[in-house]
Structures are given as C-alpha cells and as structure tokens.
Ligand binder design. Structure first.
Ligand code: ASP
Ligand code: MG
Length: 402
C-alpha cells in the first residue's frame, strides 16, 4: 500500500513527540507500506515566526512571510528524517518545491495548481520514506509560497490525490470527529464515518481536526481521509463520499455551535427590485461575510430584511449599511446571538427533522430568532446564552449519545 500520513503541530510539538512519530512511521514501513509523510511545523512555531516579523513591521512583505513561515515545516521534516535514520529506516526530507508542488502566485494563501510526483516516486522506488514539509510550494517564478493557516492538511490531501495513494491518514491530538464538542456535551461520541459535505457543514466541530479547504479538495479529488490521533491507536473517523449503506440509519450526524455570529435586522425596507442586490453587493465589497439571510413577504410596500455576519465584522457591516438608511425605517443589531446547526445527509430522505428540532427548542423555552435550512442542515439563530443548552438538548433529541 502507498500511504500518505500527515502529522499536525501538536503531534510533532516536541523532540519526544517527533521521536514518537518516527516510531509510528517506522512501524508502518516495516509492515511493508510505501510512505509519504507530510509534517506541520512544531506547535506554536508558525505563530512565533509571525510574532518575530511583527516586531519589525505591521505589514511585512508577503513574499518574505512565505520565506519565513515555510521554514517551520522544514525543521520538522528534516528532524523526522534524522530520527528515522537512527532507527535504521531510510528516509529523505523534501521541501514543497523538491516535492514538485506548484502553486499560484497568491503569497500566504496560495492554491495548489499541480504536483509533479517524479521526485517523490524516484525516492519511493529507492525504498525511502519520503517526508514532505507541508504548507508550502513554489509559484511559476520559483518563489516559495505557503497555503494558508492549517495548510499542511492541504499538502497531504493534494499529494494523496496526485499519487493515487491507498490511504490518507491525518494525525492530530484528537482521535476523530465527534457528534458535537465534548467540552459542551461530555456524552458526545466519536463518529466512525462522516461525508465530506457533513464535515464541511460541521466545520466548527472539525476545524481542529481538518482544515476546511483540504476537505473541499478531498471531495474534489475523491481522496478518502482517515482522521486519527497520534497519541493513541483508535480507528479514527473516515471522511469520504456519502455511502448509502453506511448512513442509512443515521439521520443527524452532529450538532455544531457557532458563537461568532451577530444579527442585523432592517425594518421597513423599501420593497423594490434591486434593493437586496445593492445592500449585499455593498457588504461584499467591504468583504463582510454574510451568512444567514431572511426576507419577509412584503406588506404595504415595505419588508423586513435580516441577516447574520461574524461578530468581528459587525461594526463594518453597520457602516456599510449606514449608506442605505434612506431605504429602510430602522435597523437593529444584536451581538449576543449564536447559531446552532443540526447536520446530517440522512435528512434528505427523512421528513420532520426540522420540526423535531423546533419542538425541542420550544420545550426548553428557547426562542428561535432566525431559521435557515439546506438539504443536509437546519440552522437556528438563538440567544447566545442558550447556545450550550441548545446543543445538549438537540444532542439528546436525536439520540446522538446512543
Ligand atoms: N504551520 C502552519 C500553521 O500553523 C501550517 C499547518 O500547521 O498546517 O498554520
Ligand atoms: Mg492543523
């Protein structure tokens, strides 16, 4: 088997942990597998390098930031190779460039465009474990680029896709994806399996496990991911295309809580063609991420328009909207809201799932301010102080602890 393994920052967070990773790699190698191992920088290292740059400049050159930040992953890659040599395992560490990873020119947030796997294949053929510094590549001018925070996941998925690997194992300090945040609901259970789409919707649960962009890429390339802990030996969670057999009985897979939400309500908005386009184009120009949008049926020529934005963007949203104040009666803002979502592909084929959630909220006396649904998700905006309670109530309602 050809296996791509990726070890995150905490998994390689100290010399002892790198040694531990080396032992895992050596074991998988002795079992006869060909291995490509992608590593992150040691935990805290990337942040430390960013701080260093900030010491000199508030707006450091992005090109230089890529030179700087890509060094963290190189340190881990070469240390792991050295540790493996000591264990008698032949290994070679490669930078993103040496591994053939070509990206576009967007410094600090580059997109992988292609991977030339010739060098990796050559090393594999010589029986070596190939270690790749994650999070980086080069652009067409030969400049180092990085892939955005958490980008080593992306390196691993892209390599697994390009090499047609048999497995893509992503190791972190958690043993998989849970039905909800175990700090909120201790009865949360680890999922054996979750589809790409559910994972993307549950990103507030999975963010610690997998970078969102890497899940999107995995979906696009059909790379099956196994999220595991490098500190234990459990089977982890498989993230793959939805599979009818596996998911037939599961209607709801998980509950997510997003506290970073603020609500904007515009009352008595002039009801004329183009008004929504103008308002939301303005918000888009200001790079404000609008999430939920609700507009009522109009009455007597006016309507109410509500939407949510990330809390940190509320002030900017207020400013953007101020330019339209002749178009609406009054505006009302609430920072103390949160979004609870139930997610599951099984919803597609079951009815009454949303109603069950609303009933559960009613029985707990939680008022729902806004609702939005998609094929596989029901989201509710509620008072922030009931966020955790709502998660527990819903977890129980859909029997996710069973
Ligand atoms: N070291 C980079 C970061 O901290 C990339 C990664 O760890 O995936 O964001
Ligand atoms: Mg990570």
């Amino acid at each position: 088997m050809l296996i791509v393994q990726k070890y995150g920052g905490t998994s390689v967070g100290s010399l002892e942990r790198i040694e531990n990773v080396a032992k895992r790699v050596a074991k998988a190698r002795k079992e006869g597998n060909d291995l490509v191992v992608v590593v992150s920088a040691m935990s805290g290292e990337t942040n430390k390098l960013i701080e260093y740059a900030k010491h000199f400049s508030k707006t450091p050159s992005k090109r230089e930031m890529d030179m700087l930040l890509s060094s963290g992953e190189r340190v881990t890659a070469s240390l792991l190779a050295i540790a493996l040599h000591e264990m008698g395992v032949d290994a070679v560490a490669l930078t993103g460039r040496q591994a053939g990873i070509r990206t576009d020119n967007t410094h600090t947030y580059a997109r992988i465009e292609s991977i030339d796997t010739t060098a990796i294949r050559r090393e594999l053929e010589q029986g070596k474990v190939v270690i790749v510094a994650g999070f980086q590549g080069i652009n067409e001018h030969g400049e180092v680029t990085t892939l955005g925070r958490g980008g080593s996941d992306l390196s691993a998925v892209a390599l697994a896709g390009a090499l047609h690997a048999d497995a893509c194992e992503i190791y972190s300090d958690v043993d998989g994806v849970y039905t909800t945040d175990p700090r909120i609901e201790p009865k949360a259970k680890k999922l054996d399996y979750i589809s790409y789409d559910e994972m993307l919707e549950l990103s507030s649960l999975g963010a610690k496990v997998l970078q969102n962009r890497s899940v999107e890429l995995a979906k696009k390339m059909g790379v099956k991911i196994i999220a595991k802990s490098s500190f234990s030996d459990g089977p982890g969670t498989i993230i793959a295309e939805e599979d009818e057999e596996m998911m037939e009985e599961v209607v709801v897979s998980g509950i997510a809580l997003d506290k970073n939400q603020a609500r904007v309500s515009l009352r008595d908005v002039a009801d004329r063609p183009g008004i929504a386009a103008e308002i939301f184009n303005r918000l888009a120009e200001e790079e404000i991420n609008v999430d939920m949008i609700i507009q009522n049926a109009s009455r007597e020529g006016t309507t109410n328009l509500g939407f949510t934005v990330p809390q940190s963007e509320l002030e900017r949203a207020k400013k953007a909207i101020a330019g339209f104040d002749h178009e609406f009666g009054s505006a009302d803002y609430d920072e103390n809201v949160c979004k609870v979502s139930i997610v599951g592909v099984g919803m597609k084929s079951h009815s009454g799932i949303a109603a069950k959630a609303f009933t559960a909220m009613a029985q707990s006396n939680i008022n729902i301010e806004m609702i939005s649904t998609s094929e596989i998700k029901v989201s509710m905006i509620i008072d922030e102080k009931y966020g955790e309670l709502a998660v527990r109530v819903l977890h129980e309602t859909y029997e996710l602890d069973k």
